[in-house]
Design a protein around this ligand. Structure first.
Ligand code: HEC
Length: 121
């Protein structure tokens, strides 16, 4: 019964193709952060970059920031970006990143809490 075998092979092939399109390989949060966020927030999370100073990026290592902002606030800011007085300070990421990637970035932002200042050079 060769026909049955053919159908089986065809449906397996379709399943594999679906898996490829539905679940793109997720980049780890650290890599996303460096690629998309560090230009403003800095690789060390302090927001002490030219862009960060210009747009008033917060210091992610500061206890005040980490204590006041709740996870849903961070997630909302990453998804929708931040607009203050009609001026866009931070871009929105909800159309560019998956929900899982955004959750990963929330944890990554949390990981800056209490980071020591970089050693003086
Ligand atoms: C163009 C510069 C810029 C880029 C790029 C950027 N941000 Fe921001 N982000 C800001 C600024 C400025 C603020 C502070 C906005 C404000 O509250 O005035 C901010 C605020 C935040 C906050 C704090 C929100 C709160 O509740 O106070 C989080 C979390 C954050 N950004 C995460 C990210 C992540 C993650 C990325 C990368 C996917 C990113 N940002 C990319 C400029 C940027």
């Amino acid at each position: 019964m060769p026909a049955v075998g053919l159908v089986l092979v065809a449906s397996l092939g379709a399943a594999a193709a679906d898996a490829g399109t539905v679940q793109p390989i997720a980049k780890p949060a650290a890599q996303l952060y460096v690629e998309k966020c560090s230009v403003c927030h800095g690789q060390d999370g302090r927001g002490d970059t030219r862009m960060g100073r210009r747009f008033h990026a917060p210091d992610f290592t500061a206890e005040k920031f980490q204590g006041e902002a709740q996870d849903p606030d961070l997630k909302r800011a990453i998804m929708g970006g931040v607009v203050v007085d009609g001026m866009r300070r931070m871009p929105a990421w909800q159309d560019k990143l998956t929900a899982a990637q955004i959750d990963g970035l929330v944890s990554y932002v949390r990981s800056f809490r209490g980071a020591k200042p970089p050693p003086a050079r």
